[in-house]
Write a protein that binds this ligand. Sequence first.
Ligand code: SF4
Length: 389
Amino acid sequence: MTFTALELLKLRLLADGVRLGEDAAAAWHERFEGPLTLAEYATTSGISVALPGELYVNAPLSAGEALPQLRYDEGFVIVADGEVVPVEVVPVPSFHTRTQTDGYDGTVQPYTNYGVTHTDRCRVSPIGGCAWKCKFCDLPYEWGYRKKHPENLLNVILAAQDDPQAPARHVLVSGGTPRAPVPARPGRPAQDDEAWIDDVFAYLAEHSPLPVDVMLPPRRDLAHAEKLRRMGINMLSVNLEVSDPERTKVLAPAKAKVGREHTLNYIERAVEAFDVGFVQSLVVFGAAIEPLESTLRGVRDLAQRGCIPVLSPFRPHHLTPLADAPPASFEEIVEVLARSIEICEQAGTGVLPGPRCVACHHNTATLPDGSEFYAGAQDDLTARPCPVS
Ligand code: SF4
């Protein structure tokens, strides 16, 4: 499998980042009157640009002299190894300056505490922080656990749809994992944040003008995905993240308790409920996570079940225990992507490395190939009719 020079440039920007030229910084601020990045998750803290051929990439800002540079010369360009490549830049949404009153505690909070748009996808997070503590993820180390009012989330979606700088076309409901249900005890009522978040999913699916995708860990009940589909959720993301069970115990202990087999069984049922092409699973890769062969075993297990593997190169976040671990290298990204494409083709279930939405490729090792798998996603983003009334 060989990649074109532009495809390799995307993968290089994803791995090593981009140096910011002063002319580009000045042009960006003048045109968009805001920051270049909201410096959020490790995987989305860079700047998003699109190379020719709809090669979207989120490139971390970096200072290395040998790195490709973002410049401005009658338009934004990437200068790399003497070549000048025109790019479209994707600004942060205008709504990041807005505030609203929290529906639960009455405090005034920025819209960005509830959701953010990356390229054309608005991601809202019903839970701040997380009940789990994966060592590669900043959420539990950066934010305390709190539930957010569904109307606050809907306000962000409405603002994101009409945003003049970065209008959203679809919604991803993700963020932290809810706490496991706690039965009632004398003097203490039962608590069920899983049931609460399911109600939030249903509320957003009903009221959002944009199609709603959901990302969540597998539930104990294997029929749960069918319930989500009946609500009108458009696509589902159930992340394997780490493939090797022993490495999962180290890096994502709560996920290890759920178990690899149960996760794959939940995914299999989800594909039955949502159809091939509408269920995906993130796999975080890089030497700091697990050996590449183990990652590729996970990719194979997903592809054989008709689940789209989403290849997420590991980038360390400074607040996590993996702060000093090496990011996935350019060589690792190229190898994992090339071999994953082959694995998908061998599986023969019709999936390729995802996500299918081309603009959402920005922080993943994915390349559009002009096939219906990616092109068709544009139609599939418009909500499909619910199969069960
Ligand atoms: S479950 Fe998801 S949000 Fe929670 S710590 Fe793990 S990766 Fe982060």
